[in-house]
Design a protein around this ligand. Structure first.
Ligand SMILES: C[S@@+](CC[C@H](N)C(=O)[O-])C[C@H]1O[C@@H](n2cnc3c(N)ncnc32)[C@H](O)[C@@H]1O
Length: 243
């Protein structure tokens, strides 16, 4: 893990565990929120439905990693469809909230909530990994390194989101720098889809993964791009050397 990754992860832990915990708890509940936040909530619901819609309808017996799960809404939906979910977040407070909110899961699905880094190799192997808005604060090289790391343990698809680079986001990003450092959320790092695709293509660990579906979700104050990376089956001859 690079120094910028570790620095950013620590800032995010402070932000999501302390600075923004009230706001985040409210945003991810049914409690009334401002008009601006309501657009963010609506956008996030569309994004969650998009990512869940890219997974097989029946997730029975499949292992899923919710990487940076926050208060766990996506994990709950996946478990309801039968997945064995590991949901991890670097914020102990958000994991506490997720555990408090956990409804009864009917059928065979399950969720294990954990505090820690989504890249921890001890989490084991997964059929699918979903990182909804949890990589948007990292620099492009760190996003691709994180995907490469996760790909080593993923047998099916890697679904994630990035913040698209738009004029408005660049402006908001610049305006954000006018606020005193202590009040600032860790900046969202806008990336271009073309640049990201080129980095993915250059990353050896992602050789067997190809970009599949993409979708931009734009709901006033929420703007995020969903991207699917799909693993191709191994070559018919197993790719091994004959003796
Ligand atoms: C914008 S929130 C999204 C939460 C959740 N995926 C959702 O959509 O509701 C980003 C989350 O990613 C978590 N996060 C960021 N970097 C992480 C890392 N390296 N490992 C685990 N969690 C991380 C943060 O603590 C935060 O809860």
């Amino acid at each position: 893990m690079s120094t910028p990754y570790l620095t950013r992860r620590s800032q995010l832990e402070t932000y999501f565990d302390r600075t923004a915990v009230e706001a985040w708890s409210r945003l991810t509940s049914d409690a009334p929120v401002s008009k601006i936040r309501a657009t963010v909530r609506a956008g996030r619901e569309t994004m969650r439905a998009t990512l869940l819609g890219w997974l097989p309808e029946d997730l029975t017996g499949l292992r899923l990693l919710d990487a940076g799960c926050g208060t766990g809404a996506l994990a709950v939906e996946a478990a309801r469809r039968g997945a064995e979910v590991t949901a991890i977040d670097v914020s102990p407070t958000l994991i506490g909230l997720a555990r408090e909110r956990l409804p009864a899961i009917p059928g065979t699905g399950s969720i294990e909530f954990r505090v820690g880094d989504m890249l921890d190799p001890w989490l084991g192997r997964f059929d699918h990994v979903v990182a909804m808005d949890s990589l948007i604060h990292y620099q492009a090289p760190d996003i691709v390194r994180a995907l490469a790391e996760l790909s080593l343990r993923t047998d099916g698809s890697l679904l994630f989101t990035v913040a698209p680079r738009t004029a408005l986001l660049t402006l908001m990003h610049a305006a954000g720098k006018l606020f005193p450092k202590a009040d600032r959320a860790p900046a969202i790092v806008p990336v271009t889809e073309g640049g990201l695709r080129r980095r993915i293509a250059r990353e050896p660990a992602l050789e067997r993964f190809a970009v599949g579906r993409t979708r931009r979700v734009n709901s006033a104050f929420y703007l995020s791009n969903a991207i699917e990376l799909r693993k191709s089956p191994p070559p018919a001859d197993g790719g091994g050397q004959s003796r």
